[in-house]
Design a protein around this ligand. Structure first.
Ligand SMILES: [Zn+2]
Length: 693
């Protein structure tokens, strides 16, 4: 089965995909397929593929079913020396396999032609449809043939060996899974041959006028297949690929495929496949991709590609790739970055997952919207984090190495992870995992009845020397109850005291003794637990505006964006239905009941919540952290909380010219987790989070 893995997404960017409809999952009754050879000729000007594929069935196979594009025309099906009768309907080719003498395997050759011309997405918007609706397109710009397109006859099980030979017009280079055995251009034809030692899933084929760069690193061929415009980025990507392959090989075991390639896609999306990653042209140029989506896709080589997802218990691969790439790389840079990322995952869940959109992890298959991303990527990553905190690095990474050793080129379930974590830690973790995998939502925990008492004021309980303070209270959770290890931190004039409080029911009391005067008591201060944050714990961000239930857009006299541009900006935030009014038409009632988004600085400055320190606004531009951004090329976007007890928020959209608005507005939606953004000089210059006041 194929796993087309999605590229990051983390609110930053559009990439994506997921595990689409698979070819039938392996049926253990079926005799092994020995091999498959696929030979295709691409005719981009006609969107046409001419194909010949030979599938060698094990001796004893009586009937064959092969999936092929429903619009394909099958020219012949043959066994050696004979033409075979067949039926072909709804994309399934069925035939009886002739009896071979003795134990011989039977090669069946299918000759076919098919057109692939799916419409391509025109804009690099933030589509939440991970496939962009494209399964197969053969065009003069480029070719993409996904596993679900049926560009070759897909047998019900993955063969033990597989090869693909591609012929295309001279200069059109093709790439698919496996080792590149040869490549040449002769006359008007460029061809290449690819062979897989350990085939997994269905095959994807890409082709285009690529410039190829290559090197070899620790026995793995590294390639970049980029269009000429981006060819200069090749060495950066190959350097990064080599670095990440080394990092993950050390953590989990050797890289599972013959090569790793980074390939440019000609329409704006990104996929990860066995042995290569496909990135849209605009995405390749984004500077942060090399440290975000790219390692995420490389982590999928182990988790999702070499070990596929057995969907029967839900898709674990997105959470694990998120944890091992997007998260772990931050944690390795600094403890603070790791913590910030976890807070982010919890904030996303609290703001994006409504009760109606919620579901348990066992029901996650692929991302379809921000809520399912927050569950299948974010919550899932937090589950891996809690396991790691619970059993320690040695047992956690030891279990991953064991799963990789034992299940490589096969599929795995959440259950396989639970068992491996239990084995490596010597503890039965099934009940622990069960609560995270089978329940929607998460625990809601709060501190209750916290009091402190100086020794002199009371009975001095717990104080041996008759001095010091006692802090007591309880942690309360609402049903359904979770088994939790809740970290508490008591900060005082001296060193902070940390306590892990095991929780099982509604209310769990605790007591701290401290020799110095207590300052504050914090519950889960480092966001170690997956839990549903209370509103006051959530930083306000672009996502808060996207999730606002009552948003009012206000155009001030200072607004330098045209009405149409501002409207498109609201649409990009998923807020196309928002009422837009001029500042002079604002009334008190609306002010009290709505979140606000201002285009330009309101005349009445008190309509905006207080600005965070480091940001100041002027008529000629704005200043952030002492950097002055003058008009016309700049845009500031802020999301600010009104002071408590209000729970309302306001956003300031401040382009310094219509040109700046046009250039930058559509990018804002991709920075969902940030509360302050600055664009200037054609790029993002600052992104940050503004804490809730
Ligand atoms: Zn992924």
């Amino acid at each position: 089965m194929m796993c087309v893995m999605r590229l990051l997404l983390l609110t930053m960017i559009f990439l994506s995909l997921s595990c689409p409809v698979y070819a039938d999952s392996p049926d253990r009754q079926e005799p092994a397929l020995q091999r498959q050879e696929i030979e295709v000729t691409l005719k981009p000007a006609e969107h046409l593929l001419l194909g010949v594929s030979t599938v060698t069935f094990a001796a004893g196979t009586q009937r064959a079913f092969l999936k092929l594009s429903p619009t394909a025309h099958i020219e012949s099906v043959t066994a050696p020396g004979t033409k075979l009768p067949f039926s072909f309907s709804d994309g399934t080719l069925s035939l009886n396999i002739p009896k071979a003498s003795g134990q011989e395997a039977v090669p069946i050759t299918v000759t076919y032609r098919a057109l692939f011309n799916d419409p391509l997405p025109q804009h690099s918007g933030s589509s939440e449809d991970p496939t962009y609706g494209v399964n197969g397109a053969i065009t003069t710009q480029g070719t993409f043939l996904g596993g679900a397109a049926g560009w070759y006859p897909v047998p019900p099980t993955v063969p033990l060996k597989r090869s693909v030979q591609v012929f295309a017009p001279a200069g059109t280079e093709a790439l698919t899974a496996g080792r590149r055995v040869k490549r040449s251009t002769k006359g008007s034809v460029t061809s290449s041959l690819w062979e897989e030692e350990h085939p997994v899933g269905t095959l994807t084929l890409c082709a285009g006028p690529y410039r190829i760069e290559e090197r070899r690193e620790a026995g793995v061929d590294l390639y970049s297949y980029f269009y000429p415009d981006n060819a200069s980025l090749s060495s950066r990507y190959l350097d990064a690929a080599a670095r990440y392959l080394r990092f993950y090989s050390d953590l989990f075991g050797p890289y599972p495929f013959e090569k790793f390639a980074v390939v440019e896609n000609f329409f704006p999306t990104g996929y990860g496949f066995s042995s290569f990653t496909l990135l849209g042209s605009a995405i390749i140029r984004l500077p942060f991709i090399i440290d975000t989506s790219f390692p995420h896709e490389i982590a999928h080589s182990w988790w999702g590609n070499a070990i596929e997802v057995d969907q029967s218990e839900g898709n674990w691969a997105e959470g694990l790739a998120t944890y091992l790439a997007d998260y772990l790389l931050k944690e390795r840079r600094s403890t603070a970055e790791g913590r910030e990322y976890r807070v982010q995952l919890l904030s996303d869940f609290a703001t994006l997952v409504t009760a109606a959109a919620d579901f348990p992890l066992v029901a996650f298959s692929s991302r379809v919207d921000p809520a399912s991303r927050s569950i299948g990527y974010g919550k899932s990553a937090m589950v891996f984090h809690m396991v790691r905190t619970e059993i320690g690095d040695r047992a956690f990474f030891g279990a991953l190495r064991e799963i990789y050793r034992e299940r490589r080129y096969r599929a795995a379930t959440w259950g396989d992870f639970t068992r491996a974590f239990s084995r490596s830690s010597g503890r039965d973790l099934s009940a622990f995992m069960q609560q995270w995998l089978t329940r929607p939502g998460g625990p809601r925990v709060v501190l209750s009845n916290v009091t402190h008492r100086h020794e002199g004021e009371g009975q001095g309980e717990g104080q041996r020397d008759g001095r010091g303070w006692t802090v007591s209270g309880s942690v309360v959770q609402s049903p359904p109850f979770y088994e939790l290890q809740v970290p508490l931190r008591l900060e005082s004039d001296g060193a902070a005291i940390r306590k892990i409080l095991p929780l099982t029911g509604a209310e769990t009391p605790f007591t701290f003794s401290t020799p110095t005067e207590p300052q504050q008591l914090l519950l889960d201060p480092d966001a170690e637990l997956f839990r549903v944050l209370a509103p006051g714990e959530i930083p306000v961000t672009v996502n808060s505006i996207k999730g606002s239930k009552q948003l009012l857009a206000v155009i001030t006299e200072d607004c330098r964006a045209g009405d149409a541009t501002f409207k498109r900006f609201l649409e990009s935030l998923g807020k196309s239905g928002t009422t837009v009014i001029r500042e002079d038409k604002l009334d008190e009632e609306r002010l009290r009941t709505h979140d606000l988004i201002f285009c330009g600085i309101p005349k009445q400055r008190s309509l905006l919540p207080p600005l965070p320190s480091g940001i100041s606004l002027r008529s000629t531009g704005f200043t952030i952290n002492e950097d002055v951004v003058p008009a016309p090329d700049g845009l500031l976007f802020l999301v600010l909380p009104f002071p408590a007890p209000s729970v309302r928020i306001a956003a300031l959209f401040l382009p310094l010219s219509e040109t700046a608005a046009e250039q930058y507005a559509a990018k804002i939606t991709h920075y969902g987790k940030y509360g302050s953004l600055v664009f200037t000089g054609g790029a993002i210059r600052h992104k940050g989070t503004i804490p809730h006041l």
